[in-house]
Design a binder for this molecule. Sequence first.
Ligand SMILES: O=C(O)C(=O)Cc1ccccc1
Length: 290
Amino acid sequence: MEEQTIGYLGPKGTFTKMAVDALFDGGNFISYESIPACLDAVEEGEITTGVVPLENAIEGSVHLTIDYLVHYVNQSIIAEMTVPIKQHLLVHSQYNGEKIERIYSHSQAIAQCHQYLHKNFPGIKIEYTTSTAKAAEIAASSGPKVAAIGNHLAAERNQLKILEDNIHDYDNNHTRFAVVQKNPKTLKVKDHPHKQKTTVMITLPQDYVGALHQVLAAFAWRKMNLSKIESRPLKTGLGNYYFIIDVEQAYDQIMFPGVKAELEALGCQMKLLGTYPSYQISLHTPVKKA
Ligand SMILES: O=C(O)C(=O)Cc1ccccc1
């Protein structure tokens, strides 16, 4: 098998890279500065595979990823991994009780720690970065008055101290990461899937009373279990949406074409975004507090 080239939201030290290291069995790993940069590289054939965050248990969908997959590229989700997420407050190695003036992190990480920040750093200046690892790099080069929110790996890589560990507002913090490809190829992975899932995108006809009810009924009477439904703006005008639906089964040649035909008869469109194995990754994250 040719070597797999896997692009991920970097730099090294992101949660995405942790997920990649836990799942892939070797390969050529390439870091990208942002989610669009990683997905563009897949689109242009620079890499065979991309890994980007998709949804978090506390903050919800990573809209940038979903919208990019729907509007800007033509790729399939070929696997997903669910990874436990532990956010820590990281400070400079020289930190010695100074008043922290600014905190850097990815918007998802900031959102996962909103209550913590509100209680402990009311009114603090928040700076958003393309990833938590990028925030750690900035804190390392900025000095003791600047902190970052990120993981223990980013702390180690940048010689930062963990001032406070596990600052996410809810314990059961997990993120789903999507593995995407343009031309689906076999992946070399270390793990066994936990289950199979399928993601579809559905658009409804305008002003059709009960359209969403009919869409859900098409799945329901076939006893197809849905694990997620989300609406996103189509970006064509207020009130126009598409729906992303996750189904807890692999694509098959009977049920899914049946749903599609039923929905098309109602004037809806259904597009397959991927049918894929779902991996549950457990990370062992030792934490050394400052
Ligand atoms: O910034 C990172 O480390 C990422 O991989 C994106 C992200 C941010 C917060 C939680 C999960 C993933």
